[in-house]
Design a protein around this ligand. Sequence first.
Ligand code: NAG
Ligand code: NAG
Ligand code: NAG
Ligand code: NAG
Ligand code: NAG
Ligand code: NAG
Ligand code: NAG
Ligand code: NAG
Length: 778
Amino acid sequence: MNSDQHGSIISLAMTKRMGLSYLTSLYLLLSCLLLLLLPSSNSVAVNEELQTYIIHMDHSHKPASLSTQESWHRTILKSLSDPVKDQEMLLYSYNHVMQGFSARLTRSQLSEIETSPAHLATYKESFGKLYTTYSTQFLGLKRGRGIWPTASDGKGVIIGIIDTGIWPESESFADKGMPPVPQRWKGKCENGTAFSPSMCNKKLIGARSFSKGLIAAGRKIDPELDYDSARDFFGHGTHTSSTAAGSYVHGVSHFGYARGTARGVAPAAHVAMYKVLFATDSDESAATDVLAGMDQAIADGVDIMSLSLGFDQTPYFNDVIAIASLSAVEKGIVVVCATGNDGPGRNTTHNAAPWITTVGAGTLDRTFTATMNLENGFSVEGMSYYPESVYITDAPLYYGSSDQRKATCSLGSLNQSEVHRKVVFCENNDSDPHNQVEEVQRVGALAGIFSTDSLFLDAEDYTIPSLVLPAATGKWLKIYLTELNITKVKSIKFVSTKFGVKPAPQVAFFSSRGPDPINPGILKPDVLAPGVDILAAVNPTIPIVELGKYDLVSDYALFSGTSMAAPHVAGVAALLKALHPEWSPAAIRSAIMTTTYPVDNNGTILTNQETGLPATPLEFGAGHINPNKAMDPGLIYDLNFQDYIDFLCSLGYTDKQMAAVLRRSQWSCNNTSSDLNYPSFMAVSNSSSPLMKKFNRVVTNVGNDAAVFRATVEVPPGMKVTIEPSTLSFSSKYQTQSFSVSLEVDEDAPAVIYGYLRWVDQYKHVVSSPIVAVNFSK
Ligand SMILES: *[C@@H]1O[C@H](CO)[C@@H](O)[C@H](O)[C@H]1NC(C)=O
Ligand SMILES: *[C@@H]1O[C@H](CO)[C@@H](O)[C@H](O)[C@H]1NC(C)=O
Ligand SMILES: *[C@@H]1O[C@H](CO)[C@@H](O)[C@H](O)[C@H]1NC(C)=O
Ligand SMILES: *[C@@H]1O[C@H](CO)[C@@H](O)[C@H](O)[C@H]1NC(C)=O
Ligand SMILES: *[C@@H]1O[C@H](CO)[C@@H](O)[C@H](O)[C@H]1NC(C)=O
Ligand SMILES: *[C@@H]1O[C@H](CO)[C@@H](O)[C@H](O)[C@H]1NC(C)=O
Ligand SMILES: *[C@@H]1O[C@H](CO)[C@@H](O)[C@H](O)[C@H]1NC(C)=O
Ligand SMILES: *[C@@H]1O[C@H](CO)[C@@H](O)[C@H](O)[C@H]1NC(C)=O
């Protein structure tokens, strides 16, 4: 492996940390470059630059003489003036996710199309990014008990993953014991670079790749790195696929850490990969390709779609994932998306359309540690992912010169001859610990001790033997070392995995948080799922960690991100689909949401990882997923397609915008309302006066025939909630009942205040919903 390849992995991990602004400016920069690089020759003038456009058309205008939509799209393009010779203009003709196509056009060609009465809307190409074994045990999933046996491990369900491709040889995709490929499946495994149809089996039943949009936009796919096929370069798609539906694989670990059995949440479900993201200079995906992947997934017949990538937040009519997901949901496909890694700031959620199940990331109750013993026998435990079972003994300890006990380890600050082959203790000076690691490595020290609270190192950052302490411990240790003049470390021992850490789960610091910038009136994210240090399969040929001159590879590795959280929920959705094939996507989401828990293993409300302070539903949604409970939720809050139309009707979109989102020229706003029959309640206000809001809901009994549910309300001072009626009696399964929730919030209440409504029946079903009020004026 050459070092270029390693560079790419680092930049992927960095993408995760960078804000949208960086990516946007990168995009702008690239667009400028494209402008400069325009062919100066022939008929195409500079202002006639070719651009990729996504064009929504009204299919009721398709001439009857043309049998397919694609032939109509080609006819439209052929009729344009100045077509560029010998160049394919059409990128994709879409059939399911939208009515229309994507094409390379000049401005004037686009204007010609836009004058057609069939034209609805045009969007310029945009680019999206990734939101980058034990977790199943943490979810309470056990062989022979709970939802796994009841739902036959998700047998027969097909999960479509829209991601970076797949490593088909991974043991996680072995098909031993898998049921046959469902008869209804229309997908296939495409041949391509390092990928042949024979690599698919009863586990991996589909693999396709979509790169026309990227290539048309001039984003060069690096042929030295990535593959022109569904084979995964980054390992991201392999990781998400094996998290959702990987087979059982024993004895896997991340260089010794997290050792155990890897398996997906729905180990008997089938996987189909739709690759839409490739290694380019910006490691992004093109909207046209994502649309094409989702279009194909619908055509192929997936039951669940999982997306761990996203675009800048825009209104639904301009959001390709929102539009494509609505088509999928109309066809009964559950769409699960990562909410993004733009936390911990508020108002940062992505993929939050109300027909999508939006997932935030939580921690597990597991840590990886190393222990340092000092010369006087005192020992300190810190966090570490250092890959080798290294054992450091009798090493000198450096924490500044003996006259000035202080080492900041900022770049260039250490003197090589003073610290060479020593263990260096670096002060917490609020500088980025990544720089401290680099500095300690630069001077050839033996190991580094770092202390920080606010900034986190990922597994791949442990390029030297290191140990990370909480800032308070670090501060205390510094005093201890100085007072006792300790100058030697007796030993440092790495690779130890601890369970039962408290508090857990916590909301991961990077997880995007509500209120949703596009529609603050619906609580997002919907739920929290494991997304920190998730062990799953990866591309075994690219280095995970660089240790000196060694690049270490592994079949399984720890990744973090809401990217890792979404496939957990996709797996749970597959289990529920196996168990209740007739449930709608909204019913499946409702079951997952109303059975979550909002408390940690220390019995208090979930906290934020970066502060340790209590989080709110703006961070964790309804709460942390609890799959065993989700299989028997008691009641569900269902929604059908007309409900989403009625919701869209309330947004004040133009007819053309509505037609683009809904893929049709006719619809009726039967009951225009922004108050969806959602399993959570969210009220927003922007004034200091008291807030009052009434919600109407309908619940369907999916528990026992004769059930009586009583409402219990838990609200803090300053909030008043009235449920009417407060008792719901059902005489049969699938019967529905209506109720209303009247919310009042005092004017002196805090900016974010929340409580819970719980419907409880005599069979111990607890149907829980958060009720949240946010006041933007505070
Ligand atoms: C499959 O793809 C590879 C690489 O692109 C190519 O060399 C091979 O000829 C293809 N095989 C078939 C059957 O198309
Ligand atoms: C580094 O430390 C050595 C030995 O203590 C000393 O001789 C040298 O001057 C120091 N270098 C710098 C740049 O401070
Ligand atoms: C600290 O210990 C070192 C070596 O163990 C010794 O050289 C030094 O004089 C001691 N300093 C103090 C202040 O005791
Ligand atoms: C557990 O909760 C108690 C209060 O209920 C709190 O004092 C303690 O710090 C918590 N422990 C952890 C590890 O968060
Ligand atoms: C939320 O973010 C959007 C843009 O992402 C912005 O337009 C809006 O004003 C923000 N709202 C709040 C309350 O910060
Ligand atoms: C919406 O209203 C129209 C006209 O009143 C009616 O034909 C249609 O069935 C209604 N659709 C739904 C889903 O209720
Ligand atoms: C519209 O909503 C109201 C209030 O929820 C309800 O009473 C009415 O029956 C609904 N009408 C239709 C056509 O669904
Ligand atoms: C709330 O109102 C203020 C002042 O009118 C305005 O600047 C702000 O953008 C509003 N915020 C939202 C979320 O509507």
